[in-house]
Design a protein around this ligand. Structure first.
Ligand code: ADP
Ligand code: MG
Length: 698
């Protein structure tokens, strides 16, 4: 793999930065702080911004608060002291013949007096704080010197790179320039470049056809252009070319992994037996599957009967009915005589699935077992004795009968039992797990089928990168007869009215969730459930209020959940713990305070707890007046119930790490690729990678 894409270790670009003239141990240490260790790192150190130094504004024409570059000669400089000499600032006055500019730094360092000397000419970039006199604070400066490399610092578009202590913009720029001079012709197009020749077309055409990878500049040209563009439009073209390389590299890995997997694995026949169990299950279910559910099941059945094990991601917005689909998939494997395991991220959800599946499957003669951190029904016949020895066929020797569905949490991964004859692994709320955990569970069997489910609508860019090795099914239709969910964003001064409204809904027989971001109060001033519990009990009396958060003992959690499910507790005060999976159709109100503390996708998940019955539902988001900006953000939820639009907005606002949570650290860091904008590039990368993998991998 590495040989296909990344330059071999002996590539001249893999040399340490000290290979450059003028880079000794001290510079190398500075660069290392920016994660720049090799020549390649330096060449791929993307500028933070560009400064147009082809023409400068006259100091006389400076406008208040507008970032501008000017150039002038220092006519006076020195330290100013005040407060009896306690505080000092450094000031120099620049003159360009049109007017004077005062540049101030609010800390005076000894080197400044030697650096900003009268008569020296400087470029100055900053925002004027005032025009009387013209003043800039903490401007970026660069001396104009008539050296041989002068042309890289002025009279052109100049890159400003990320810097670190002791490393000035000018030095960094010089180093990048030197690296380009010495190594530019060693930058080779990766594999994809050879598959699809990328000749640099003339500049105009290049710009006009920036969407076609075949007309992208070569990688070497792109690296040059990203640092020293002729026009600002070049920067984006170069970025796209370099991003494409990154995406192709990732796609090759993904597709290669998939291909290896398919070549090694032989699927267990799990497509069921004449609906022997599914038919009675559906009869007893009490509703008809939606068209979307049925379509997805058709795809799943085809997968589970094919030559390679299924690897499928099932996406469906909250409430779209993924559980019933999972049950049918499980039944196919069970009909075929294989065991099934289902993993969920929280004990509450595992318990909920356990009670549903028991109700559904035990009448059909399927055993349903539970394994969580605090409760297990799984008997000792499952214990691994001698390290889980398996027969050569890969199946364990003992077959506890009848066929069994085991439901559990992460505890499934660590507990000592084994799952013989494992035909299907289902992972609910997949985004709460890491890829490694998913694989750990899969390895308990011998290439079992895999169905992962998520309600977090994954923006397509992420779907293609992070989940690129999975086939994707969509449930794009909600079950009929659902009440609407109305969403309101309000400030906290409206709370009295909100409580009144909630009391009315409770009086009508409905139930409500109240969500705060914290378990315990801390310095951040966000509301905490433990603190507000007493308040809420008084406020809503005589209606019974239950409390649920992650630090409760498992038994207390179960009790709280059970009380709410049976409508004994009319209100559930909770943290975002209830975000995943919880299903109580009679609950029609969701009040979330400090809503600004949550991501949009998470709020959408929380909101998915209501609107599950026929009654009209209400989601009320409280965010305070001082955060006008975050209230604006929350309006997205008022405006749409479409999980995809919300997830895409969230991705733009907060980036992929936040959207997916800590667990998904599997995502590589892109230097140039941007998951919020690069869907087209990712698609192209996927196609190009397919050609490469086709050609080079057996
Ligand atoms: P999610 O996709 O969020 O996991 P669930 O599987 O929890 O959604 O389903 C939400 C609710 O919709 C459950 O109460 C479930 O019984 C119900 N449901 C699922 N499918 C249908 C259907 N086809 N018709 C009516 N109700 C359904
Ligand atoms: Mg669910």
């Amino acid at each position: 793999m590495a040989a296909l894409q990344t330059p071999p270790a002996k590539s001249p670009l893999a040399q340490p930065v000290t290979a450059l003239w003028g880079v000794g141990p001290e510079r190398a240490a500075q660069l290392a702080r920016l994660d720049i260790r090799t020549i390649e790192d330096l060449l791929l150190h993307k500028p933070r911004r560009y400064e147009d130094r082809r023409k400068f504004l006259a100091i006389a024409d400076l406008k208040l608060k507008e970032a501008t570059t000017v150039r002038g000669k220092i006519v006076a400089a020195g330290v100013k002291r005040w407060r009896k000499g306690e505080r000092a600032l450094f000031e120099c006055i620049l003159d360009d013949g049109t007017a004077r500019l005062h540049c101030r730094w609010w800390q005076a360092y000894p080197w400044m007096e030697e650096y900003y000397t009268v008569g020296r000419e400087f470029l100055v970039f900053g925002r004027p704080e005032s025009l009387r006199p013209r003043t800039m604070d903490h401007a970026e400066t660069e001396p104009i010197e008539s050296g041989e490399d002068e042309f890289i610092h002025v009279n052109r578009l100049v890159p400003i790179h990320a810097l670190t202590d002791g490393l000035t913009a000018r030095v960094m720029r010089t180093l990048v320039w030197r690296a380009l001079e010495k190594f530019e012709n060693q930058i080779v197009d990766p594999q994809v470049g050879r598959v699809t020749p990328c000749a640099p077309p003339p500049a105009t055409e290049r710009r006009a056809r920036s969407d076609a990878p075949y007309h992208f500049p070569t990688r070497a040209n792109a690296v040059h252009m990203i640092h020293f563009p002729e026009e600002l439009t070049d920067v984006e073209i170069a970025r796209q070319r370099l991003a494409l390389d990154e995406f192709v590299e990732l796609q090759i890995q993904i597709q290669q992994r998939r291909k290896n997997f398919e070549s090694k694995s032989k699927a267990l026949p799990c497509s069921g037996e004449n609906n022997r169990l599914i038919k009675p299950f559906l009869m007893a279910l009490g509703f008809k599957l939606t068209g979307a559910q049925t379509n997805v099941l058709r795809e799943i059945r085809a997968d589970m009967g094919s030559a390679h094990p299924m690897r499928r991601l099932l996406q469906g917005d909250v409430g779209s009915g993924k559980t019933a689909v999972a049950a049918c998939a499980a039944l196919m494997a069970l009909e075929s005589g294989f065991n099934v395991v289902l993993m969920a991220p929280t004990e509450i959800l595992a318990e909920q699935h356990f009670s549903n599946f028991q109700k559904w499957l035990e009448p059909l003669g399927v055993k349903v077992e539970l394994q969580t951190g605090s409760r297990k029904t799984v008997g000792d016949e499952w214990r691994v004795t001698s390290g889980g020895k398996r027969t050569p066929s890969g199946h364990a020797t003992r077959h506890p009968s009848p066929v069994t569905l085991i439901i559990g949490t992460h505890a499934l991964l660590t507990s000592g039992f084994d799952l013989p004859n494992l035909g299907l692994v289902i992972i609910d709320e997949q985004h709460k797990f890491g890829v490694a955990q998913r694989e750990q569970l899969v390895r308990k069997g011998n290439y079992p089928h895999l169905l992962v489910m998520t309600a977090t609508p994954i923006p397509r860019t992420l779907g293609l990168t992070l989940y690129g090795d999975l086939d994707v099914s969509m449930i794009d239709e909600l079950p009929p007869g659902r009440g609407q969910v109305k969403t309101f964003v309000r400030t906290s001064d409206k709370l009295p009215k909100v409580w009144e409204f909630i009391r009315q809904r409770l009086a009508e027989g409905r139930q409500a969730y109240v969500v705060y971001p914290r378990v315990e109060e801390n310095a951040d001033g966000l509301k905490a459930v433990t603190k507000e519990f007493e308040n809420l009990k008084k406020l809503l009396a005589p209606f019974h209020v239950g409390l649920l958060h992650g630090r409760l003992a498992a038994r207390d959690k179960d009790e709280a959940m059970a009380a709410f499910r049976t409508n004994t507790a009319r209100v559930l005060l909770a943290t975002s713990l209830i975000e995943v999976g919880v299903d109580v159709p009679n609950a029609t109100v969701m009040l979330i305070e400090n809503a600004e503390a949550f991501g949009l996708a998470q709020l959408h998940q929380l909101r998915g707890r209501i609107g599950r019955g026929a009654h009209e539902s209400y989601c009320i988001l409280i965010a305070d007046a001082k955060s006008a900006e975050s209230r604006q953000r929350l309006r997205v939820l008022e405006a749409t119930g479409d999980g995809f639009r919300i997830a895409e907005a969230d991705l733009k606002l907060r980036g992929p790490g936040e959207l997916l949570g800590q667990q998904q650290s599997g995502l590589p860091r892109f230097r140039f690729g941007d998951l919020t904008t690069d869907l087209d590039l990712i698609r192209k990368a996927r196609d190009l990678a397919a050609q490469v993998v086709e050609k080079h991998v057996k």
